[in-house]
Design a protein around this ligand. Sequence first.
Ligand SMILES: Cc1ncc(COP(=O)(O)O)c(C=O)c1O
Length: 425
Amino acid sequence: MHIESDLLRSLAEKVGTPFWLYSAPTIRERISEIREVTADGVQARFAMKSCPATRVLEEMQKAGIWIDAVSGNEVLRAMHAGHPGGQQPPVILYTSDVFRDNGLPVVLEQGILPNVGSAGMLADLAAAGYRGDVSIRVNPGFGHGHVNSCDTGGPSSKHGIWLEQLGEVAAKAEAAGLRVVMLHAHIGSGPRFEELCENLERLAGEFAALLPQFPHLQGVSLGGGIPHNYRQADAQIPLAPLRELFARCRETLCRAAGRPIRVEIEPGRYFVASGCVLVARVADVKTTSTNEKGQGATFAMVDAGFVDLVRPAMYGSYHRIEVVAQDGGERAVGPIVVAGPLCESGDVFTRDDAELLVPRDLPQPVAGDLLVLHDAGAYGYAMSSNYNSIGRAPQVWLEADGSTSLISRRETLEDLLRAEVNEAI
Ligand SMILES: Cc1ncc(COP(=O)(O)O)c(C=O)c1O
């Protein structure tokens, strides 16, 4: 996503820094890419956990993309953006490993299809009086996310019901009046596209083998996990082969069932990663010197931190960084560490999962320059926090015609204090 420097400078003046800037055309482009690969009768959902902004959810709704929600509030946010509740068809799917807060009541009241990840959740549904259709999330024993700590399938993954236990769990569900109408697995967005394809075909094969045990099955979800190339914007995976692959998976499943089976996918990252940047201001540049403990470094101290974008601190994730000189001048390139304002030594954007500091060759910024962290749309604002009592940064929406609007304001102290009470219990 390329944004003109003048626009960035003018927005920074208007809303302050840091701020998030979404590009509607970039998000729409990704939506149409997904629509293209699902054109042969495959239903796409948006894993809204990656970016729950109402404007983004509305774009999905207009494009006929269904929703995968993880909490009661995500269901209600999707409905607020125009996605219908109910199961005819199940536009919103509720996928979680545990019911908490309003999760169970929302499923019951809004008639949402629950996608359960444990036998206990089926028991919770039955105990709450739910009698109806359910989806079961399976741990197929393989698959992994974009980093080792994202473990989406296998013995060390917490997600879903272990495949060998599925028969027993499903039998209990049916006995309790819960009809299993969908099987689901999410095998993650591993770094290699070939691996994703192999895993998807393997998953479809395993689900096909299970079909005879599930006479009421109507749908199968192959999960999310379409990778985004964070390092090279112009070297994205060729998505086109997925169209044939999804069609083949659908054919395998329909043949095995002897009836139409709805095949679903539910990417999050691919829809939105490229469609948003986090814009920060360089507050200062300072250096340390080499001594017996290690190498000296040049630190560009910016006003964004892991309260805004946590992915580098949490997973060692890479985000491309662009320096926008305040005066439009040229800057010499040199190794820079980009660090934030938080009282945590891990508040560093140029790092990986092993090293705290991985200096990056960047135009050497000076105080006042803007610094743009690219590809921040997925698990960006969605994972931001109020650590250090910092309010969440505002979100700005850039339309195709160049107009901009504020879609969420900067959080204030009042926002942070709103939930505090002093009530005897
Ligand atoms: C159940 C489920 N579906 C979909 C996704 C979306 O994955 P991605 O954003 O990598 O496409 C996730 C990610 O955590 C998930 O847990």
